[in-house]
Design a protein around this ligand. Structure first.
Ligand code: NAD
Length: 357
């Protein structure tokens, strides 16, 4: 029997509730596939500040570094909102990304047939389907480039630099092409090559990487147009690959197309099979501790963990199919509830998915 070590960071608020549900699903699926998962629970975020006085204790990072994958709930909440920059719970996320070398963020944006009504877009647009994977560079670009303040012509002046080298671009491009091979074989590079020199380097490097993937179609789109096309005709996209800042903005826009933040999973990965998996939502303090949270995003994050870190695609498909069947049968948590469907809580939703597996 194969064994894997999984570091589990439930975090704060609903992170704790949705993670508890996802772990049960993981245990059941693992047993079906003759795999043993050793879970080690560690603290990060507000709960770590309360216990250890810092958002990311060294022991937490160390446990993650020695694991095969990390499952993360969410961190943060009003209790810690007034702390200084370095002491904020969200600092744990940046520390985990850099401490684990996670340079690629993969965010699938998919509309389930049963949830088409939740999208803010017109039925005629949604009817064509939405199934996009956004591959965002996570550790370079303007968020990490040189920045500062100066005085020019007597005016206070600030600058932030977008800096990328060919190595960083090539490795994220490879993630995008590899993912496209398993999907509809189309990669769209989103940039601003009509203006930015860094975007022109992205194009040169991505074209070179594309030569190794002759069956994948590559096209380009300026980021301003991509922002429009995502709401006008999202069905045209398969895999989008882009820089840190463009990806940050476009992935949030794309998520909203589905209309249900409680459904969207994500993963942050590096060259080997290691990854950190988490729902895109936060700790939702407004509904925390009330059994109201939708656990499906976290369950779908667990599916990504099985696929990318454990290489068990069949297990991932089983989880996705179970989620789809529960939705088809009309069960909904409050965030995705509509007239005529049955409202259930976090735990009950988890039990339904377990039963469907
Ligand atoms: P949020 O995602 O926590 O909540 C936004 C809204 O969506 C809320 O009304 C919430 O009730 C609802 N919601 C979110 N997830 C849901 C789910 N699974 N089921 C049902 N409803 C859900 O974003 P926010 O309110 O801006 O942030 C709250 C806290 O979370 C802040 O401290 C923020 O910094 C933190 N945060 C953490 C992460 C992370 O850990 N990755 C991400 C975003 C925000």
């Amino acid at each position: 029997m194969k064994e894997y070590d999984i570091a589990v960071i439930p975090g704060d608020g609903i992170g704790v509730e949705v993670t508890a549900v996802a772990l049960k699903v993981m245990e059941k699926v693992a047993a079906k596939h003759d795999v043993k998962l050793n879970f080690t629970e560690v603290l990060a975020g507000g709960c770590a500040i309360d216990k250890y006085g810092e958002p990311l204790p060294a022991a937490t990072l160390e446990t993650c570094q020695h694991s095969d994958a990390v499952l993360l709930g969410a961190v943060g909440g009003p209790k810690w909102d007034n702390l200084g920059g370095n002491q904020r719970p969200e600092k744990a996320l940046l520390g985990l990304r850099s401490g684990l070398g996670l340079y690629a963020n993969l965010r699938p944006v998919k509309i389930y047939d049963a949830l088409k009504g939740a999208s803010p877009l017109k039925d005629s647009i949604i009817a064509q389907g939405v199934d996009v994977l956004i591959v965002r560079e996570l550790t370079g670009g303007i968020y990490f480039g040189d920045r500062g303040r100066t005085t020019v012509d007597g005016y206070a002046t600030a600058y932030d630099s977008e800096v990328y080298n060919e190595f960083e671009i090539a490795r994220i491009a490879k993630n995008a092409f590899e993912a496209a091979l398993l999907r509809r074989k189309k990669v769209t590079l989103v940039d601003k090559a009509n203006i930015l020199e860094s975007s022109r380097l992205w194009r040169e490097v991505v074209v070179k990487v594309a030569k190794h993937y002759p069956t994948v179609e590559l096209n380009y789109m300026y980021v301003d147009n991509a922002a429009m096309q995502l709401v006008k005709n999202p069905a045209q996209f398969d895999v989008i690959v882009t820089s840190n800042m463009f990806g940050d903005i476009l992935s949030d826009e794309a998520s909203m197309i589905t209309g249900s933040i409680g459904m969207l999973a994500s993963s942050s990965v590096r060259e080997d099979s290691f990854g950190m998996y988490e729902p895109i939502h936060g700790s939702a303090p407004d509904i925390a501790g009330q059994d109201l949270a939708n656990p499906l995003a976290q369950i779908l994050s667990a599916a990504m963990l099985f696929e990318f870190s454990l290489g068990l695609s069949a297990a991932a498909r089983e989880i996705e199919t179970a989620v789809e069947s529960v939705l088809k049968r009309g069960y909904r948590t409050g965030d995705i509830w509509t007239q005529g469907t049955e409202k259930v809580g976090t735990k009950r939703m988890g039990e339904l998915v377990l039963a469907a597996l």
